[in-house]
Write a protein that binds this ligand. Structure first.
Ligand SMILES: CC1=C(CCC(=O)O)c2cc3nc(cc4[nH]c(cc5[nH]c(cc1n2)c(C)c5CCC(=O)O)c(CCC(=O)O)c4C)C(CCC(=O)O)=C3C
Ligand SMILES: [Fe+2]
Length: 371
């Protein structure tokens, strides 16, 4: 609390929500995909396919609107809690681009901002690449504010509690209350090599392989709480979607569709798909799960329901506020509580040395113990 009895956000004078970005209209789709895949060696056929996913939804990704809704909810939550902190929005791959937002923040006199990324887990794609984006943007904008990326939140109760309720709601939608339903937790596949190097060897960092270890912690905790609530032990699995890259490069498996085939063979009749790797219903969720995996389930005669993502659940929104206040207190030299549930402790405020290296070679990155 500050002298007026309100939560103390110093040393911060802004919050930046940093996300992936997505196309807003059909003409944006190809330039967006070019932004995403610049220098990444994604085969042309894969890009054409992913372009079709966007065109199926009118050439517009839901992700930017979802982030604007999250920001509106945060502004309201801050106001309700007497917190006077402007919230800015910047993306890696589409308008509003991070560097433009940083220029706007600089012009508005922002000196130091907390940064919330819309990605809960550690890997190059979901963690360090955002830190590289921050370094690039700061290099482009003279006088840019100091930026503190908030810790990974895959094990924060504000992220997992909405997931538990979402699973319970989905079970209730299945005939018979889903009493024999399998819980199929789904996240974004990444190259196995990117998983192996996710996290760091620095004892103060996230233990390797952070990406899968963090997911297992989150998944087991949600399944445990569902069991507590229903009194039934639902079997559960962690599987993957949205594989990309060259077919010769190994990525995390099994793919959700292959897994459903296997479940059907084993006689599983009901499934709840839980998009535990994603914070909102963006393209991976509405295409890869709701369209493709749902069609697979229906072809196999499996009754399937997809659980909701955190979105603008008030606990998730409150989590962002709590993370800002926690980090602000830590930067003031206090020792705030660091809520964490599951098998892993709260992650560090700064990524460990060598955390989640870029597979194409080292680049400058902010917000690490070594930056
Ligand atoms: C771990 C992870 C997350 C989750 C964490 C986070 O949220 O950050 C994520 C999120 C997202 N990924 C997204 C879109 C895309 N990702 C691609 C490609 C890739 N993703 C990767 C990983 C991840 N991606 C990887 C290793 C590649 C291969 C290329 C490379 O090595 O860099 C491609 C290129 C085409 C393709 O190859 O699929 C697209 C279009 C969107 C926007 C959705 C929308 O528009 O609604 C979102 C939120
Ligand atoms: Fe992706």
């Amino acid at each position: 609390m500050n002298s007026a009895g309100l939560p103390d956000v110093s040393p911060y004078d802004a919050l930046l929500v940093l996300s992936f970005g997505g196309p807003e209209k059909p003409d944006d789709v190809v330039p967006f995909l070019e932004n995403v895949t610049r220098g990444r060696g994604i085969p042309r056929e894969r890009l054409a396919q992913v372009g079709e996913h966007y065109f199926l939804f009118g050439g517009k990704s839901p992700i930017n609107d979802q982030n604007r809704a999250l920001i509106a909810a945060l502004e309201k939550d801050f106001a309700d809690h007497g917190i006077d902190l402007p919230v800015y929005f910047g993306n890696r791959n589409w308008d509003p681009y991070l560097a433009d937002t940083l220029a706007e923040m600089t012009a508005a006199g922002v000196r130091r901002a907390a940064v919330f990324t819309t990605s809960a887990y550690s890997s190059w794609s979901s963690c360090r690449q955002y830190r590289e984006n921050l370094a690039d943007a700061v290099a482009e904008v003279p006088g840019a504010p100091v930026l503190d990326r908030l810790r990974q939140y895959y094990n924060h109760p504000g992220f997992l509690e909405p997931a538990v309720d979402a699973v319970l709601a989905s079970l209730a939608e299945l005939p018979g209350g889903g009493d024999a339903a399998r819980l199929v937790f789904v996240t974004h596949s990444i190259p196995t090599e990117m998983n192996d190097t996710s996290g760091s060897e620095d004892p103060a960092g996230q233990p390797r392989p952070a990406y899968v270890t963090q997911h297992r912690s989150a998944v087991d905790e949600v399944a445990r709480r569902v069991r507590e609530a229903t009194g039934r032990a639902h079997r559960h699995d962690l599987v993957y979607c949205s594989r990309s890259g060259a077919p010769s490069t190994p990525w995390l498996e099994p793919d959700v569709n292959d897994h459903l085939e296997e479940l059907a063979t084993d006689g599983v009749a009901q499934v709840v798909m839980v998009p535990i790797g994603f914070v909102s219903d963006h393209m991976e969720v509405i295409y890869d799960l709701d369209t493709e995996a749902m069609a697979t389930a229906s072809r196999l005669g499996i009754q399937a329901v997809r659980a909701a993502t955190a979105g603008v659940d008030e606990r998730f929104v409150a989590m962002v506020r709590e993370l800002v206040l926690e980090r602000a207190a830590a930067e003031r030299g206090e020792s705030p509580e660091r809520p964490a549930v599951g098998s892993m402790p709260a992650g560090p405020d700064r990524c460990g040395v060598g955390c989640c290296p870029n597979p194409k070679g080292a680049r400058p990155a902010l917000c690490g113990a070594d930056s």
